[in-house]
Design a protein around this ligand. Structure first.
Ligand code: BES
Ligand code: MN
Ligand code: ZN
Length: 493
């Protein structure tokens, strides 16, 4: 991965393969650009978001290439504008086959704003350079080794660059796991990744295999996984740096490593995308890696039910009734509504931690993708303050989440005929009836993120979000936990 660092000093003296400068639409040219500024007076560069102009051998500037990158309107500038600009710069440097590039951070008032900007730029550069190419056997492709953030005042920026790189690394791990096809990324494989994270950062890890899952009465997970030769796992990863006896935040991630639909089999067109049905679990693992790397002073427990959903001679069938971990019974309307079954087990398992809050994330319903399109997770829950906190973390990280209702009428839709519940509420409001189903298994502050529309994309979405897995909502979750740490240290001082 690209190394991201920081440097200060006079901008014109920075010597890098490429020096990138972000400019707002209609912005006056900074004096230090000197004669290079002429290209601008000709009107060839307007500062529109994503626009670039490359200038060779600019007078008075030590770097041989100057790249102007549009930041868009200053009035609509957000940290996401910076993520995109840094990604654009890093990718351009790589396509020029350069080893290193530098990126001038825009002037920002105050240390907090400077830190946030440096984090975002570091994140954007690392995320933009991401490629999933480990299965390509062709020749080496160019690599950018160093990306340097430049600010007159180097203080703060170094640590922020490191933090930003770790935030990106969380999403990159999530992307790697989710992009990995299901013949590699099995439940067992995810468990091994969790064990590696635990080892590296001194976390506790427990992995339940099929027998362990059955012994815990997690019938949802055991049943969905029953007909696969890649057997299910229940992964528990615990980071305890928040003090003894302090209730943890529990993160739950759906990890269906391949969802064929089971006996209620999906149409074959596009079914290959169902390798991404473990994106929730992947994001939770990415989050835990960042929690370890940043050594966050919180107690966090990750719960990842991992399984395939396949048809077979031993597969569960429509009409079957299961008694889930909580003791509630469910009538199976469709074996393709498997996510809520394995999540229900994990959510009731979470009660033993007496959690401060639980957030689950899951590629749960196509209906959520229909409702919100490609640009936000569906956010549901039972606690207004927690929902607001998750929404704020989404805003800050650029991984937006939008609050959807869980009216009691949706719960009516999933009442069972012969059992307590049914696992489908019918055609309308599919994201909400799925949320209402999960709600039956929680008795603590809880938020649910339906990430079906944002976990992976069929095309590049922006400069730092390529085709394939996005890594969402790993950065949202890390931001949420950092918020909890900030709040805690605020209370103590
Ligand atoms: N994994 C799917 C949801 C999904 C669909 C995610 C498309 C991403 C893209 C989930 O297990 C599923 O099949 N849900 C069904 C629920 C329905 C049968 C009640 C759905 O959304 O159609
Ligand atoms: Mn399904
Ligand atoms: Zn699924």
């Amino acid at each position: 991965m690209v190394r991201i660092n920081a440097a200060g000093g006079a901008l014109a003296e920075v010597s890098s393969g490429l020096l990138a400068v972000g400019l707002y639409k209609g912005e006056e040219l900074p004096a230090w650009l000197g004669e290079a500024a002429n290209v601008l007076s000709e009107g060839d560069f307007s500062g529109k978001q994503g626009e670039t102009t490359l200038i060779y051998g600019p007078d008075g500037i030590a770097s041989p290439r100057l790249l102007l990158v549009g930041l868009g309107e200053q009035s609509s500038f957000t940290l996401d504008s910076l993520r995109r600009a840094a990604a654009t710069a890093a990718k351009r440097a790589r396509s020029l086959k350069l080893d290193d590039a530098a990126f001038v951070l825009p002037v920002s008032e105050g240390s907090a704003a400077r830190i946030a900007a440096a984090e975002a730029a570091a994140e954007g550069a690392a995320l933009g350079l991401y490629r999933f190419d480990r299965h390509k056997t062709s020749a080496e492709r160019p690599k950018l080794t160093t990306f340097t953030l430049i600010h007159e005042d180097e203080q703060d920026i170094s640590e922020a660059a490191e933090t930003g790189a770790q935030l990106a690394a969380a999403a990159i791990l999530a992307r790697d796991l989710a992009n990995e096809p299901s013949n590699e990324a099995t439940p067992e494989y995810l468990a091994e990744k969790a064990q590696k994270i635990a080892e590296r950062y001194g976390m506790q890890v427990h992995v339940l295999d099929r027998a362990g899952i059955e012994a815990e009465d997690m019938a949802g997970l055991a049943t969905v996984g029953r007909s696969s030769s890649n057997e299910p796992r229940f992964i528990v990863l615990e980071h305890r740096k928040g003090g003894d006896g302090v209730p943890p935040v529990v993160l739950v991630g759906k990890a269906v490593t391949f969802d064929s639909g089971g006996i209620s089999i999906k149409p074959s067109g596009g079914m290959e995308d169902m390798k991404f049905d473990m994106s929730g679990g992947a994001a939770v693992l990415g989050t835990m890696q960042a929690v370890g790397a940043l050594d966050l002073a919180v107690n966090v427990v990750a719960l990842i039910p991992a399984t395939e959903n396949l048809p077979g001679g031993d597969a569960f069938k429509p009409g079957d009734v299961l008694k889930l971990h909580s003791g509630k019974t469910v009538e199976i309307v469709t074996t393709d509504a498997e996510g809520r079954l394995i999540l229900a087990d994990a959510l009731s398992y979470a009660k033993r931690y007496e959690p401060a809050a639980v957030i689950d994330c899951a590629t749960l319903t196509g209906a959520c993708h229909v409702a919100l399109g490609d640009h936000a997770s569906g956010l549901m829950g039972n606690d207004e303050a927690l929902i607001a906190e998750v929404q704020t973390a989404g805003e800050a990280s650029g991984e937006r989440a939008w609050h959807l209702p869980l009216f009691k009428e949706y719960t009516e839709q999933i009442k069972g005929n012969t059992a307590d519940l049914r696992n489908s509420g019918g055609r309308y409001g599919g994201a909400l009836t799925a949320g209402a189903f999960l709600k039956e298994f929680v008795d603590y502050p809880w938020a649910h993120l339906d990430i079906a529309g944002v976990a992976y994309y069929g095309k590049q979405m922006n400069a730092y979000t390529p085709k394939g897995a996005s890594g969402a909502p790993a950065r949202l979750l890390v931001e949420f936990l950092r918020g909890r740490v900030r709040e805690q240290s605020g209370k103590e001082s």
